[in-house]
Ligand binder design. Structure first.
Ligand SMILES: [Zn+2]
Length: 350
């Protein structure tokens, strides 16, 4: 499958931390509007794209891919013009060292994530892991100049371009823009759908799966599938038993994480679809993390038969999140087949 790298690059590089998804939402809306029957935005900002089944009063299948990314928010500008911030989403503090960010004030401003130079640290300090509070953002401007453009509450995102390397692609915010891309490309490939398809690009997942709660509650689907990244810890230092998911070994079908035990029927359905279509897959069992699947399973009036399709990703929540091109194609293939065959499966409890 030919990968539309320039679209993926735009999707990854467009800013949109949780609660400030305006720009990424506008880009997705432009892409999906021609591919669906209806496209709307709910109160919280979830983008809901609907493709109708031929039959009226069809059952509903909801797919969710969160469009927000981890980031920061301005909470103080000091007398020398340095910006202090809160984090939005989960950061490993050491990954902030030597990074560039973009402060989204009246205009976008590149900033440096500054911290104390090693030469000035005591022997004690050099042994300690950095904390978020050790960092500040330097715009290279005086306080007066900074305040012309930046206000308290302005969002900040990480600055990093998408690159191809070997058979892989690396960028900031692969979590979860790769799944946004997968959902868009799946919509592009679909012709008819057996059940009404709700492709939802959710907001505020990184701060607690918030957008998906509202969207699922309102849509009330019978079936739910979340699309997100999963941890590929297949790098030096990993124990054999930690290499559950490996890059380039196929799409990951979630069994459980900290927030969800996927419906056993959805797990066997996704496995059978993968087998029947010769799509390589890996099974993902963890006791950490969570995805929009949590909301999909719980927030409809009667709940939904829910699972999750994940794309293996190295270095999650760093600016160099990396995926394998073959996993990308396999994830799109499984997502498409899972949508098209959903009416041909017995969903009764056994
Ligand atoms: Zn995610």
């Amino acid at each position: 499958m030919e990968i539309n790298i320039s679209l993926l690059k735009k999707i990854c590089e467009t800013p949109g931390t949780s609660g400030f998804e305006n720009r990424i939402r506008a880009l997705i809306k432009k892409e999906v509007e021609p591919l669906v029957d209806e496209c709307r935005i709910d109160t919280m900002g979830n983008l809901i794209a609907i493709k109708k089944a031929k039959k009226a009063n069809s059952k509903k299948l909801m797919l969710a891919a969160h469009m927000d990314e981890i980031g920061f928010i301005t909470n103080y500008i000091d007398k020398d013009g340095f910006i202090r911030f809160n984090t939005i989403g989960g950061f490993d503090p050491k990954t902030l060292t030597a990074q560039r960010v973009i402060v989204h004030g009246k205009k976008d401003l590149i900033g440096i994530m500054g911290c104390k130079p090693i030469h000035m640290m005591s022997a004690e300090e050099t042994k300690k892991l950095p904390e978020i509070k050790d960092y500040f953002i330097d715009l290279g401007m005086s306080k007066e100049e900074v305040e012309k453009y930046v206000s308290i509450g302005d969002p900040i995102t990480r600055e990093r371009n998408l690159i191809e390397l070997g058979d892989c692609i690396s960028s900031k915010s692969m979590d979860n823009r790769i799944s946004v891309f997968i959902l868009i490309e799946t919509l592009r490939l679909l012709k008819e759908v057996p059940y009404d398809l709700y492709a939802v690009f959710t907001v505020q997942e990184e701060v607690g799966i918030r957008g998906a709660h509202l969207a699922t509650h309102e849509i009330n689907p019978e079936f739910g599938i979340a699309i997100d990244v999963t941890i590929a810890y297949d790098t030096p230092g990993a124990q054999e038993q930690e290499k559950i998911i490996k890059l380039g070994q196929g799409v990951a079908i979630k069994i459980m994480d900290k927030c969800t035990i996927c419906d056993y029927r959805m797990i066997s359905y996704l496995k059978s679809i993968a087998k029947n279509n010769n799509i390589p897959y890996q099974l993902d069992v963890r006791n950490v993390g969570g995805t929009d699947a949590e909301a999909l399973q719980l927030m409809g009036k009667s709940g939904a038969i829910t699972g999750a399709i994940s794309i293996p990703t190295r270095y999650i929540h760093q600016v160099v999140e990396t995926i394998h091109k073959s996993d990308l194609s396999n994830t799109i293939a499984l997502t498409k087949q899972a949508i098209e065959n959903i009416a041909n499966y017995s969903w009764e409890h056994i």
